[in-house]
Design a protein around this ligand. Structure first.
Ligand SMILES: Cc1ncc(C[n+]2csc(CCOP(=O)(O)OP(=O)(O)O)c2C)c(N)n1
Length: 367
């Protein structure tokens, strides 16, 4: 194999430009159809949440538009007992793994419908029911947490694995290198996935690293690594499935660089027109992962325009209805701030909780 075709420097693709696929890779119809449904729903959800933020109904949102194939393809390749440590753009993994959409949206509102009781920043979801752990907003720590959890799985002789996500910017953090070193030495059952979306807010990848690719960094740590077309759902699914199988078979961690692009802003607090060109964005829109999968499904005889329009209408209704339900939850009770920290509340906190219960209601906004 030539260096250019090596797993770390080449680009693993399954979908072809004529919408057919590499026959060497087989992904069942049910998986591609489910993936398409999830990607479409995520795109509708992200657009809706950005609108809500612009209307002042939620405070912040981090969309994954243009990068949907990575979280959705990964989620479909995992088992129910596996653990997931997302960064900002992979919250949707938990939706695919059965977390209710209304509770997911309630997290962004931060109200009593949110399993985190409104204590985390919006777009920092977690769900005990689906083994997904909130990222901390700091860039990097979740990579070590994923490797640590995988190590625990190994020590406990469990068959479950851990998955840790990061952006390209996170690979410049010390946590990435500590995690990779640990993963290489202890052969932890883990899959580490970097979404190289070419920008860390306004810093381009070229200023992030002088390495030829991000995947090649894995070689130094003896962590098998590969570079995948992150806008190709079939490639992401196949690569993650193989890496997860390897982890379960005792072969340790795989590091996967997924090449993709953030079509929208870094978050609702960002204006990308200040640092990148329209031409660049347009060139990536032509490689849109949802469009590519749609074209493939049509090519495969699994989708036509009428079915696609019906799906769009169904998913739009589902998202709008879930927003309506999620927004209607009241704020978390003030007393709930004493929950979840101690198994038994110490006496002085009991007293404070009682005092708070007797106190007059907090003034409303502007009151
Ligand atoms: C330790 C740390 N430094 C800086 C920041 C501010 N910050 C928030 S997101 C971000 C860029 C992250 O880029 P990347 O890892 O490529 O992920 P992306 O947002 O592109 O998905 C930065 C620098 C932070 N949250 N934590």
């Amino acid at each position: 194999m030539s260096v250019e075709n090596s797993r770390e420097l080449g680009l693993f693709r399954v979908l072809r430009d004529d919408h057919s696929q590499d026959p060497a890779v087989s992904v069942p119809d049910a998986v591609v159809l489910r993936a398409y449904r999830e990607m479409r729903r995520l795109r509708i959800l992200d657009a809706k949440m950005i609108l809500l933020q612009r209307q002042g109904r939620v405070g912040f949102y981090g969309a994954c538009t243009g990068q949907e194939a990575v979280p959705i393809g990964t989620a479909l390749a995992l088992e129910a007992d596996d653990w997931v440590y997302p960064a900002l753009r992979e919250q949707s993994v938990m939706l695919v793994r059965g977390f209710p959409l209304t509770q997911f949206i309630a997290q962004v509102f931060g109200n009593s419908g949110d399993v985190q009781k409104g204590r985390q920043m919006p777009s920092h979801h977690s769900g005990r029911s689906v083994n997904q752990v909130s990222w901390s907003s700091n860039i990097g720590p979740q990579i070590m947490q994923a490797v640590g959890t995988a190590w625990a799985m190994k020590l406990q002789k469990k068959s479950s694995i851990a998955v840790g996500f990061m952006g390209d910017g996170a690979t410049s953090q010390g946590d990435f290198h500590s995690a990779m070193n640990f993963a290489g030495v202890f052969k932890t059952p883990c899959v580490l996935i970097c979404q190289n979306n070419h920008w860390s807010i306004s810093v381009p990848t070229a200023k992030q690293t002088a390495s030829a690719t991000i995947a090649i960094k894995g070689l130094a740590y003896a962590v098998p690594s590969c570079r995948v077309d992150g806008n190709d759902l079939l490639a992401v699914y196949a690569a993650v499935k193989e890496a997860a199988d390897d982890a379960r078979a005792g072969k340790g961690t795989t590091f996967i660089e997924c090449l993709t692009y953030r079509i929208g802003a870094h978050s609702t607090s960002d204006d990308p027109s200040r640092y990148r060109t329209d031409e660049e964005v347009e060139s990536w829109k032509r490689k849109d992962p949802v469009d590519r999968l749609r074209n493939h499904l049509v090519h495969r005889g699994l989708l036509d325009d009428a079915k696609d329009a019906a799906l769009e209408a169904e998913l739009t209704d589902e998202v709008n209805e879930a927003v309506k339900v999620a927004e209607a939850f009241p704020a978390p009770s003030r007393e709930s701030l004493f929950d979840d920290v101690y198994q038994e509340l110490p006496w002085f906190l009991q007293e404070q909780k009682e005092e708070l219960r007797r106190a007059p209601p907090a003034p409303s906004h502007g009151g």
